[in-house]
Design a protein around this ligand. Structure first.
Ligand SMILES: NC(=O)c1ccc[n+]([C@@H]2O[C@H](COP(=O)([O-])OP(=O)(O)OC[C@H]3O[C@@H](n4cnc5c(N)ncnc54)[C@H](O)[C@@H]3O)[C@@H](O)[C@H]2O)c1
Length: 453
């Protein structure tokens, strides 16, 4: 369909939808702007790195207009403004909301992890649809609040940026798991080669104090995080991932992409304990390699029995024997194995790999008739038609609470921490409670996160 036809299609569809709404039919009206229904006016926050990709993938939808761009790096902002000439540019997202709150319908958030929740929550509170990069949140508290607010605002369309979840093989895998193909789920293994030398972990706080480059607004980059001197080649861009104040480590970075399929299929949303096995975790950084064992309360798919997720990173993998696959199988670097009473499923995050094994042999199986989808356009379309997105915040916030739990537990390695998800506390280990919520820097209170609203 050409862009013009597509836009006409959406406009026509919206017209009938509005009529259906007025007639009292089950239609979720699009509420983002209350004016013309022709275009979704998007503001993009963080437009370098993955944000560049998000900006381009969202804006190539025919019903999207990029209305505002925000980046603390003037080079990245300038590159985006050269293409989207009509968009207004900002370096501070708070000013952007203040100046253009009534002229934007939707926001993409592709900043470092520590700023996801502050920008996203502000957007939700201002009734904007949000596409936010993974992981959606940085702490347990942020995760819980995100789910609560997303539930309270069902007319807003949300999507976490786990684009692989919309690929054909991952959709098929999720459907097969939901349909019970593996029998009762017994255990999940997921693993990643990250940080894989891409960014440092397992070290102390970087020393030094370099002049901030003229193109970078360092104080705005720090945002809600504690003040730190700028050290070149250390934090921005990209290398902040292994540092607790800014990133979520390899677990937060990759498990969203790798372990999401079984977590979503089985609704594993109630972790009851966590144990991180690691030797070089520091107060400042996540360990260079770890095994994270998370127990979930029983679900229907496990016959009510607890389910264990065993996550390894830094190149550690489970053995083929643990997974019930042939001994000579070369396991992919980033992959997930879901072990059930009847079979084991292997599904990777990006290569399109989906296999079933039983009794150490590959099984033939029929894949459900599901297509791959464009994750970014799915979000835009859903903002118009009210459909549920693949990685909506009600799911994403629940999953990210579990990942934030694993990240927190690496502060207390080699100790099993019981977790009471109802009260979001560690009843037998009160030292851990202080990390459920982190205080934002003075002057950076965020409505919806800094206080209960
Ligand atoms: N879905 C994926 O496959 C995928 C891949 C890579 C990164 N990511 C995610 O994307 C996010 C960004 O990662 P990255 O590798 O692009 O990081 P990066 O550091 O390379 O880029 C971040 C961008 O955001 C800008 N920025 C930083 N703070 C900002 C603020 N307060 N306001 C506005 N702009 C700000 C930076 O200047 C830069 O342009 C992370 O959350 C990461 O997990 C997702």
């Amino acid at each position: 369909m050409s862009n013009l036809n597509r836009r006409t299609f959406i406009k026509t569809t919206l017209g009938s939808a509005a009529a259906a709404s007025m007639a009292g039919m089950a239609w979720k009206p699009y509420r983002g702007r209350g004016g013309s229904l022709e275009l979704l006016r998007v503001a993009s926050v963080g437009v370098g790195g993955m944000g560049w990709s998000d900006l381009n993938r969202v804006s190539d939808h025919a019903a999207v207009e990029i209305a505002a761009l925000c980046d603390v790096d003037s080079n990245n902002l300038g590159r985006a403004r050269d293409i989207f000439e009509d968009a207004r540019g900002f370096s501070d997202w708070r000013e952007m909301f203040g100046a253009m709150g009534n002229e934007i319908d939707a926001v993409t958030v592709s900043t470092p992890d520590h700023m996801h929740a502050p920008v996203t929550m502000t957007a939700l509170m201002n009734n904007k649809h949000v596409y936010c990069q993974k992981p959606l949140t940085h702490t347990i508290h942020e995760s819980r609040r995100m789910v609560e607010v997303a539930k309270r605002k069902p007319l807003l369309t949300t999507q976490m940026g786990t684009q692989n979840a919309s690929r054909q093989h991952k959709r098929q895998a999720q459907q097969m798991l939901t349909d019970g193909i593996i029998g009762e789920v017994k255990a999940i293994h997921a693993w990643s080669d990250r940080p894989a030398g891409w960014w440092p972990q397992g070290k102390d706080r970087p020393s030094g104090n370099d002049p901030v480059p003229g193109y970078l607004k360092w104080d705005l980059w720090l945002g809600v995080a504690p003040t730190r001197p700028y050290v070149s080649e250390t934090y921005a861009p990209f290398k902040w991932r292994g540092i607790r104040d800014f990133g979520c480590g390899a677990l937060g970075d990759m498990a969203c992409h790798i372990a999401d399929t079984p977590i979503q299929a089985f609704r594993l949303y109630k972790p009851t304990s966590v144990l991180v096995e690691a030797t070089d975790a520091t107060a400042d950084m996540f360990p260079s390699t770890e095994r994270v064992i998370i127990e979930f309360a029983g679900v229907d798919a496990s016959g009510g029995k607890p389910v264990t997720l065993s996550w390894t990173d830094g190149g550690r993998k489970p053995t083929p024997q643990e997974l019930g696959v042939a001994e000579d199988v070369e396991l992919l670097a980033n992959c997930c194995a879901v072990i059930g009473s009847k079979a084991t499923m292997l599904v990777d995050q990006e290569k399109g790999f989906l296999e079933m094994w039983s009794d150490g042999k590959r099984m033939d199986f029929k894949k459900p008739n599901l297509e791959g989808r464009n994750h970014w356009h799915q979000w835009v379309d859903a903002a118009f038609d009210g459909d549920q997105t693949q990685s909506n915040f009600i799911f994403a916030g629940r999953m990210c609470e579990t990942l934030a739990l694993g990240a927190l537990a690496s502060r207390f390695p080699n100790q099993k921490l019981k977790y009471d998800s109802k009260s979001m506390t560690f009843p037998d280990f009160p030292e851990a409670n202080q990390w459920v919520k982190t205080d934002y820097r003075e002057g950076w209170a965020v409505k919806g996160l800094s206080e209960q609203t």
